[in-house]
Design a protein around this ligand. Structure first.
Ligand SMILES: Cc1cc2nc3c(=O)[nH]c(=O)nc-3n(C[C@H](O)[C@H](O)[C@H](O)COP(=O)(O)OP(=O)(O)OC[C@H]3O[C@@H](n4cnc5c(N)ncnc54)[C@H](O)[C@@H]3O)c2cc1C
Length: 465
C-alpha cells in the first residue's frame, strides 16, 4: 500500500478529498491539468472553480441541499469553510464571490505541508493495485483520461452525455387523477398513468412545442466528444438549434415538433391502458415509472428534455395529476461524463473490483456543486483510511451524505441517471410528524444532524493534526 494518496483533479471534489486526507495526516499528491490545459467550461487558474452559477443553492436546513451543507460544515469541509468565508448576499441561498472562493481554497491547498500539487494532465489510471488513488476529474474529464476510465470500467459503464427525464416526488402526485397499471395489464401494475383527453393533449402539445429551451453552451453539444465508446454516432438524427440529438434520447419537445401525432405513437401512446374511471382508453397517457424501492420518487417516462426548469414546471404541470408536482430533479441534456456507478462503486466511492481506487465528484453520478463536494468528502476520508489500514467508513443513510452514497451504489438501480440531493433518497421517518412537508423535512434534518453529530463525537469525521 502506498503511504500517500494520488488525487486527480483539483475541482470541488478533489480539493475536498485532499483536505479530508491531510486532516488525517495522510499526504496527498494532487494532479491538476490547469493552467496548461482547461476544459471547455473552466476559465480561471485557481482550484475549485465554479463553472456556472455562483449559488450553492438553499441554505435552509429543511431543504435537502441545505441539510447536506450543514452536515458538511459540521464535519469540517474545506469547501463549506471557504463558502462561508466568501459569502455574498443571496437571500435564503448561499452564494459566493467565485474568485475569492477559488483563491481561498487554492491558498489553503497549496500552502498545506502535506499536499504536493502537480500541474499535469493525467492520461492513465495506475496499474499498481496498491496505489491509493482518487479520480475527481469532473463532468468534463479530458478525453485521454476518459478513455482510460472507459477501458478500466467497460465502455458501456461510462456515459458522456446526460439525457435525463424529470423526477417528481410521489406525495406531490394527485393520486385521484392517475391509476396504477402496466400496458395490457402485463406483469405487475408498475406505472402510474396520467390520462389526457383530446383537449388536454392539444393544449399540452402547443405549450410544449413553444416552450423555452435552456441556453446551449459549446460544451453542451456531444459533437466534440469521442462518443465512440458509448453512443453509436450513426444514430444521431437531428440538429435542433445546434443540439445534436440521438434517436434513443431525443428531447420530448424535439419529438413533438415532428408533428402533433408523434407523441401519441411514442411516449404518450395510450394503447393497452384502460382508465378504470371511464372504462376506455384515454386519448393520450403519460406514464410515471417508480424510481426507487421506497416508491417515493417517479420519473416521467420518455420525457428527457432541454426545456428551462421554469418551463418544465409550467408545461409538465399541465399533465393531469402533476398540477402540483414537486420536481426532485429536472430533466437535463448536457455534456456530462459520468459512470454507471450502481454497477461499479461501493458506498465509500471505491471501485468494487479495485478497492484502493476511488472516484469522486460529478463523475460518480451525483449532480451539483455541493453533492460533488460531499462525494469528495467521503472518498477522501475512505482513501486515507485505506492508507492507514482502517476499515471503510459508510455514512448512515439517514444523513444526506449517506443517502447520496447509498443511491449511487444501489445495485438495484437499472436505469441510472445523475441525482441531486433530495429527501426522496432518505429512508422514511419511523413515525408520522405534524406540520406537513415542512414538518417532515425538519424531522429528516433533525435525525440526520443527530447521526452526523454522533459520528463527529466518535472522532470518525477526522481530527485536526
Ligand atoms: C457546464 C457546467 C455547468 C454547471 N453548472 C452548475 C451549477 O450552476 N450549479 C451546480 O450545482 N452544478 C453545476 N454543474 C455540475 C457540477 O456541480 C460541477 O461540474 C462541479 O464543478 C463538479 O465538481 P467536480 O469536482 O466533480 O468537477 P470539477 O469541479 O469540474 O473539477 C474537475 C477538475 O479536474 C480537472 N481535470 C479534468 N481532467 C483532468 C485530467 N485528465 N488531469 C488532471 N486534471 C483534470 C479540471 O481541470 C478540474 O479542475 C455544472 C456542470 C457543468 C459541466
Amino acid at each position: 500500500m502506498t503511504s500517500y494518496i494520488d488525487i486527480y483533479g483539483a475541482g470541488l471534489a478533489g480539493c475536498e478529498a485532499a483536505w479530508q486526507a491531510v486532516r488525517r495526516g495522510v499526504p496527498v499528491h494532487l494532479h491538476e491539468m490547469k493552467p496548461q490545459k482547461t476544459t471547455p467550461a473552466h476559465r480561471y487558474s485557481g482550484f475549485a472553480e465554479l463553472v456556472c452559477s455562483n449559488s450553492l443553492r438553499s441554505n435552509q436546513i429543511f431543504n435537502a441541499i441545505g441539510l447536506l451543507k450543514e452536515e458538511l460544515s459540521r464535519a469540517k469541509s474545506l469547501i463549506m469553510e471557504a463558502a462561508y468565508a466568501c459569502e455574498v448576499p443571496a437571500g435564503a441561498a448561499l452564494a459566493v464571490d467565485r474568485i475569492r472562493f477559488s483563491d481561498y481554497i487554492t491558498e489553503k491547498i497549496k500552502t498545506h505541508p502535506l499536499i504536493t500539487v502537480i500541474e499535469e494532465e493525467v492520461t492513465s489510471i495506475p496499474d499498481d493495485p496498491d496505489a491509493v488513488t482518487v479520480v475527481a476529474t469532473g463532468p468534463l474529464t479530458s478525453d485521454a483520461l476518459s478513455k482510460a476510465i472507459a477501458a478500466l470500467t467497460g465502455s458501456e459503464y461510462l456515459h458522456f452525455y446526460d439525457a435525463a427525464a424529470p423526477i417528481v416526488s410521489a406525495e406531490s402526485i394527485d393520486m385521484e387523477k392517475v391509476w396504477m397499471a402496466s400496458r395490457y395489464d402485463k406483469g405487475d401494475a408498475a406505472y402510474l398513468n396520467c390520462p389526457m383527453t383530446k383537449e388536454e393533449y392539444t393544449a399540452f402539445y402547443h405549450a410544449l412545442i413553444c416552450a423555452k429551451e435552456a441556453a446551449l453552451h459549446e460544451f453542451d453539444t456531444p459533437t466534440d466528444v469521442d462518443t465512440s465508446t458509448d453512443v453509436d454516432a450513426s444514430n444521431s438524427t437531428e440538429k435542433d438549434g445546434g443540439l445534436q440529438v440521438f434517436e434513443g434520447c431525443m428531447p420530448v419537445e424535439v419529438m413533438a415538433r415532428r408533428g402533433p401525432d408523434t407523441l401519441l405513437y411514442g411516449p404518450l401512446k395510450p394503447v393497452g391502458l384502460t382508465d378504470p374511471k371511464t372504462g376506455r382508453e384515454p386519448y393520450a397517457v403519460v406514464q410515471l415509472r417508480q424510481e426507487n424501492a421506497e416508491k417515493s420518487m417517479y420519473n416521467l417516462v420518455g420525457f428527457q428534455t432541454h426545456l428551462t426548469w421554469e418551463e418544465q414546471r409550467r408545461v409538465f404541470g399541465m399533465i393531469p395529476g402533476l398540477e402540483h408536482a414537486e420536481f426532485l430533479r429536472y430533466g437535463v441534456m448536457h455534456r456530462n461524463t459520468f459512470m454507471n456507478a450502481p454497477k461499479l462503486l461501493s458506498a465509500d466511492y471505491s471501485l468494487r473490483t479495485r478497492p484502493n481506487l476511488f472516484f469522486a465528484g460529478q463523475m460518480t453520478g451525483v449532480e451539483g456543486y455541493i453533492e460533488s463536494t460531499g462525494s469528495g468528502f467521503i472518498a477522501g476520508i475512505n482513501a486515507s483510511r485505506r492508507v492507514l489500514g482502517e476499515e471503510p467508513l459508510y455514512f448512515p443513510r439517514e444523513t444526506m451524505l449517506g443517502a447520496m452514497a447509498a443511491y449511487i451504489s444501489d445495485e438495484c438501480i437499472t436505469d441510472f441517471q445523475p441525482m441531486n440531493a433530495n429527501f426522496g433518497l432518505i429512508p422514511p421517518l419511523e413515525k408520522k410528524v405534524k406540520g406537513g412537508k415542512k414538518g417532515r423535512n425538519d424531522a429528516y434534518a433533525a435525525r440526520a444532524i443527530e447521526k452526523i453529530d454522533e459520528m463527529i463525537a466518535l472522532g470518525l469525521c477526522g481530527e485536526e493534526r
